[in-house]
Design a protein around this ligand. Sequence first.
Ligand SMILES: NC(=O)c1ccc[n+]([C@@H]2O[C@H](COP(=O)([O-])OP(=O)(O)OC[C@H]3O[C@@H](n4cnc5c(N)ncnc54)[C@H](OP(=O)(O)O)[C@@H]3O)[C@@H](O)[C@H]2O)c1
Length: 307
Amino acid sequence: MTWDPEALPHAVGKTIAVTGANAGIGYFSSEQFARAGAHVILACRDPERAEAAVSAIRRRVPGASVEAMPLDVADRSSVAAAAAALAEREHLDVLLLNAGIVHAPNQRATDAYGNELVLSTNVLGHFALTALTMPVLERTAGARVVSLGSLATLLARFPLDDLQLVDDYTSWKAYAQSKIAMQTFGFELHRRLRAAGSGVSSLVVHPGYSTSGRTPGIRGVNQPSHAKRFVDNLQAAWTQGKDHGAWSPVRASLDPDAQSGQFYGPRLATKGRPFLDRATRTSRSPRVGARLWPLLEEYSGQRFELG
Ligand SMILES: NC(=O)c1ccc[n+]([C@@H]2O[C@H](COP(=O)([O-])OP(=O)(O)OC[C@H]3O[C@@H](n4cnc5c(N)ncnc54)[C@H](OP(=O)(O)O)[C@@H]3O)[C@@H](O)[C@H]2O)c1
């Protein structure tokens, strides 16, 4: 099917939760969902930034149905509280696992439980959140979990014996490994859901190369400096705005023909309309997925059994 990211199918009646929705791709995904008529829950760690994003969507999308929910994905109690709040909903049609540290710290940092911070934020919190929201997803016909991967997965190794990067940390490794882990998680979740006979789908996406300097300015959401706009525009040939970066996650969430286990990304790799793509062999590997899962359980402190 051809897909027009600017003519989305109606999503009236759907409830969609987006992590890290106050900025970037999470914000624009939320805005596009709201424009399609969905009720959107913006799950964000900073209440002021969350309210700015909610107000911006209300301003830009007349009649939008949106709300903010507190969620710090690197904080286990916050993840548990958000999952409990989502579990009370009648249905949850899409859980978009978007939040992330994109510019990883130069020095290795850890969360309150001793886990490397980028792994904790980009992967472990999402793993636990998905496990804890499974009951509401299971009782929603056609529910989807959509995980944010990256082109960075093409450029890095994935040493499962050093996911925490204890002795060998660099910011690049931390980011790239976290994105490989996220893709591997999404595909392994797909296999486990199918094996358990679940009706929930798991899809994986990447947003190409999307920069804030190429993104519309929105008060409280995206206000890049003139210098940032200038530098980002020099890369216009191979980059896009985060409004377009949202196209792949939105397609994976709303395309009625999209199926569990699929991978969507921009047609020109770094930019363009979303199309059905092929993820790296490592992230699709059942062997790697089976090895990763118990590590995610151990590091997140969250059992995740299906069926
Ligand atoms: N942009 C790209 O070219 C690109 C490429 C490949 C993959 N991706 C992926 O796409 C996703 C979004 O990227 P982006 O470019 O939109 O990044 P961004 O503009 O930096 O936005 C990241 C969002 O995640 C939130 N976040 C960070 N830590 C959090 C935490 N502990 N709890 C809750 N929310 C948290 C941020 O909230 P705060 O405002 O509170 O920090 C922000 O809302 C990420 O998963 C990234 O890896 C992006």
